[in-house]
Design a protein. Structure first.
Length: 487
């Protein structure tokens, strides 16, 4: 009896201390909801689980899965064939599963619904123009098309679709999935891509154009997972097989968009609308604390690295010459790269991938220029007479630097660090795009739900944090800068 109790106790402790299984999701409502459902299924099975919401598109999630940054994520068979396995051929479930094994990835059986791509229009506009099928768009090249950025670049996306149907539309823009519905409702665009289980199709009284030439393959929902993932976690995910249908998924999506709460929508899957103590999910204040703490970790650690590396590089650059110019040129070039592009460039590199260290590395690189430039310019502005006096006193070069030059340049250096800190706090919101968390989480979620209140849950604290950083450095300026050097 004692032995049995000890074994059970050891198993319970092991579950509590084990690393959580990380579930990823793409940046649209259904993927968020399925990620929450998977997290709940794992938790109920006694498997610690974490859901990293809205990490990006297919390739981002696939790279994260292969790189072990996540353990599983919801995907669709048509997307797997087209975007991951790079084939235009219709593959059976067995063929897809056999192909994925080579990458160390497993796949559940279909969850029970086919969420195909579709083109949608306002019902009144479609009826006015007599549009019923995608082929009918050939008669109206003047229509404005709004397409999600991923669909613009997919092998089963806009360009192949345009060629397949011989469409001549030239007014084509890239737009976020959720914002595209708002643009469609306002008349800014006439046609957009959609998922067949989107709740907003019925909510906005849109019409789905028939894929009369059969361009789109089947997109049966499944979960992809690492074969090396713990067996009880895989078994828990398999319990979701065949438990959905299209109507049920539409209902869950509608609940998520109605309540602006993915946890509550996932709860509907388990309770079929019945009340539950878990419906409310994590409290706002707990989430805000979690987002803010992670945001501070990202911005703070990257700033520390930028200071440690940037000040010595600035000292070296202050001496001029080709090496100094090269240092400043490199930091300047990095600063011109859009922050989102810098994240994307780091993701495929060894060691980085879809991880917190990638976000920290990008913020570190972004924070270098102000520190290097201000350190170099602060040292270069020291008068020649003062330099000659330091030499005449017989001080060693190190003593000259530490006791005279750096204190003289301290105001400029601190100003560069302050600029870098403010930049890092603002740019760190993009870390949520690769699942690194922070105050970007509610901003991305709000963009997906087209919910301004949710966006402000992240934007306002990020702005307040930037102001606090600014005021903190103003105080440090008074505390650390020698009195005679203050303005």
């Amino acid at each position: 009896m004692k032995l049995t109790f000890a074994i059970l106790f050891a198993a319970a402790v092991s579950n509590l201390t084990a690393d959580p299984v990380v579930i990823g999701s793409k940046k649209f409502t259904e993927s968020y909801v399925l990620g929450e459902v998977a997290k709940r299924v794992l938790t109920r099975a006694g498997v610690p689980a974490e859901h990293r919401q809205g990490m990006g598109g297919t390739i981002i999630l696939w790279q994260a899965l292969r790189g072990a940054q996540i353990g599983a994520y919801p995907e669709y068979t048509g997307t797997i064939a087209q975007e991951i396995l790079k084939t235009d051929r219709q593959l059976s479930i067995k063929e897809v599963r056999d192909a994925l094994i080579k990458f160390g990835v497993g796949m559940t059986e279909p969850l029970g619904f086919n969420n195909t791509y579709a083109l949608v229009m306002r019902r009144g506009e479609a009826q006015r123009l007599g549009l019923r099928t995608i082929s009918d768009l050939q008669r109206h090249p003047e229509l404005k098309i709004g397409i999600t950025h991923e669909f613009l670049a997919r092998r089963d996306g806009w360009q192949p679709l345009r060629e397949h149907y011989g469409l001549a539309q030239q007014k084509v823009i890239g737009i976020d999935h959720a914002l595209g519905y708002a643009a469609l409702a306002e008349g800014s665009i006439d046609v957009k891509d959609a998922y067949s289980t989107d709740a907003k199709i019925a909510e906005n009284d849109l019409i789905t154009l028939e894929d009369d030439l059969g361009f789109f393959p089947k997109y049966e929902a499944v979960f992809l997972f690492r074969i090396s993932m713990r067996e009880d976690a895989i078994a828990a995910l398999r319990r979701l097989e065949g438990t959905f249908d299209e109507a049920r998924m539409v209902r869950l999506n509608a609940e998520a968009e109605r309540t602006k709460n993915y946890t509550r929508a996932a709860n509907l899957y388990f309770h079929d609308g019945a009340a539950s103590p878990l419906t409310a999910g994590e409290s706002f204040w707990h989430k805000l604390a979690r987002w803010t703490l992670r945001h501070l970790e990202l911005a703070g650690f990257s700033l520390l690295l930028a200071v440690i590396v940037g000040i010595p590089l600035g000292i070296f650059a202050s001496r001029g010459g080709a090496a100094g110019q090269a240092i400043l040129a490199f930091a300047s070039i990095v600063q011109t790269i859009p922050s989102l592009a810098l994240l994307a460039l780091l993701v495929p590199l060894p060691f980085f991938g879809i991880s917190t260290r990638t976000a920290i590395a990008a913020l570190f690189l972004y924070g270098l220029l102000p520190i290097i430039r201000n350190t170099a310019s602060g040292l270069q502005d020291i008068p020649r007479s003062l330099r000659e006096s330091a030499i005449a006193l017989g001080l060693s070069p190190i003593a000259q630097l530490c006791r005279i030059y750096l204190p003289m340049a301290s105001r400029s250096i601190l100003s560069g660090i302050k600029t870098s800190a403010v930049i890092n706090v603002g740019t760190a919101t993009l870390a949520a795009l690769i699942g690194a968390g922070g105050l970007g989480e509610p901003i991305l979620s709000g963009l997906n739900l087209n919910d301004h209140a949710t966006i402000l849950e992240g934007a306002i604290p990020a702005a307040v944090l930037a102001l606090i950083v600014q005021w903190s450095f103003d105080w440090l300026d008074r505390a650390l800068i020698p009195r005679g050097l203050r303005l």
